[in-house]
Design a protein around this ligand. Structure first.
Ligand SMILES: [Zn+2]
Length: 313
C-alpha cells in the first residue's frame, strides 16, 4: 500500500456576487496540488507538484498570493484542473490511500470534482491525519494546526509553509511520528459525526430573497423517500446552528430520514440553499433530538417572555 500525503491551495471569487453557482457553487477554485508518496515503512518514494490554471476565478486574490507566493505567471502556464487531477490520480496508482491535514482540502477537492463533473469513484480512500494525531496525543477529537503538530514533535520547519508540496512533506513528517497502523484500525470509530456520515442525496437551489422564504419554500420543505419515491410528510425545519436547519421525516416502508439545510448568503443575489438527505441512524437520531430539545426550550422561554411583557401590572 502507498500512503499519499497531499495538500492543495485554492483561489476565491472576488465577491459573493461573482461566485459561479451552476452546476453547483464553486466556493474556491484549486490552483495547486502537491503530494508525497510513502511506502509501507513511511519512506518517501516520490513527489507530485502541479499548478492549476483557473477557469473562473482568474484574478489571484491578494491574500492568496501573499500566503502562497503563487504568481499569475505560474498559473497562466499551468494545465487545467481536469488534466492535473487525472495525472495526480494516475501518479497515485492502485492500492493508494490519501491523507490530508484536516478536512478542508478534501471538501474543496470534492466540490471542484463535482463542479467539473469528475467521478468521485476515482478517488482513493481518504483519511484525515489530524484525527489520528488528535486521538494519539489527547485521546479525543480536537482541531490542531499542522504547525502545532510539528512544534509538538520538535520538527524543524525549514521549508516555506503554504506551498502545497511543502505542506504535504510536513504532513508526512508528522505521520512518521504516529502509530499509523493503530490509527487506521481505530479511525472509523474516532470520526466526528459529519465526517462519518455522507448524504445519500444533495440538492441545491437559489436564489431566495431572504432566509424565511428559503426555509419555507415548497422545494426545501417537500420530501420524497429516496428509496421508493413516495411523497413524505413535509419537513418542519428547526435551527441546526448558524445558517443551518435540520429536519426529519419517515417513509412507512423505508424508515426515517434526516435532513440538513445550509443557507449561504451571496450578497445582493440573496440566499443559496443546499439540502442533504441522510438515512437516519442512532447517532443522527441523538443529534436531532438534542437540536429539537434546544428548540423547544427556546420557544418555551420566548412564550414566557411574551406573556410577561403582555401581562398588565
Ligand atoms: Zn419509501
Amino acid at each position: 500500500m502507498r500512503y499519499i500525503m497531499f495538500d492543495m491551495e485554492w483561489n476565491y471569487a472576488p465577491s459573493p456576487e461573482c461566485v459561479v453557482v451552476r452546476p453547483v457553487p464553486l466556493k474556491g477554485e484549486i490552483i495547486e496540488i502537491g503530494a508525497v508518496m510513502l511506502d509501507e515503512n513511511l519512506a518517501e518514494v516520490g513527489t507530485f507538484k502541479s499548478y492549476v490554471r483557473p477557469k473562473y476565478y482568474k484574478r489571484l486574490q491578494k491574500r492568496i498570493s501573499l500566503l502562497t507566493g503563487i504568481t499569475k505567471e505560474q498559473l497562466d502556464g499551468a494545465p487545467r484542473f481536469g488534466e492535473v487531477f487525472s495525472s495526480f490520480i494516475e501518479w497515485c496508482g492502485e492500492d493508494a490511500c490519501l491523507f490530508t491535514w484536516g478536512s478542508d482540502d478534501m471538501q474543496m477537492l470534492r466540490d471542484n470534482m463535482s463542479f467539473f463533473k469528475l467521478d468521485e469513484a476515482m478517488l482513493p480512500p481518504h483519511y484525515d491525519l489530524q484525527v489520528i494525531y488528535s486521538y494519539e496525543t489527547s485521546g479525543e477529537y480536537a482541531q490542531h494546526s499542522l504547525h502545532a503538530a510539528l512544534e509538538n514533535y520538535g520538527i524543524e520547519e525549514e521549508l516555506e509553509a503554504h506551498d502545497a508540496l511543502n505542506d504535504a512533506i510536513y504532513t508526512a513528517r508528522v505521520a512518521r511520528k504516529l502509530d499509523m497502523k493503530r490509527g487506521l484500525e481505530e479511525y472509523a470509530s474516532h470520526l466526528p459525526l459529519w465526517m462519518s456520515h455522507r448524504p445519500m442525496d444533495v440538492r441545491q437551489w437559489g436564489f431566495y430573497e431572504d432566509k424565511h422564504q428559503a426555509v419555507h419554500s415548497s422545494r426545501t420543505c417537500s420530501a420524497r423517500c429516496p428509496e421508493c419515491g413516495e411523497a413524505l410528510e413535509p419537513l418542519r425545519w428547526i435551527p441546526g446552528g448558524e445558517n443551518r436547519k435540520v429536519a426529519c421525516t419517515s417513509c412507512r416502508v423505508h424508515g426515517r430520514f434526516f435532513y440538513r439545510m445550509f443557507l449561504h448568503g451571496m450578497g445582493t443575489r440573496g440566499w443559496w440553499v443546499k439540502k442533504e438527505t441522510y438515512r437516519m441512524d442512532s447517532q443522527l437520531e441523538q443529534y436531532y433530538s438534542e437540536k429539537l430539545g434546544k428548540f423547544k426550550a427556546g420557544s418555551r422561554a420566548s412564550r414566557r417572555k411574551h406573556r410577561k411583557e403582555n401581562t398588565p401590572v
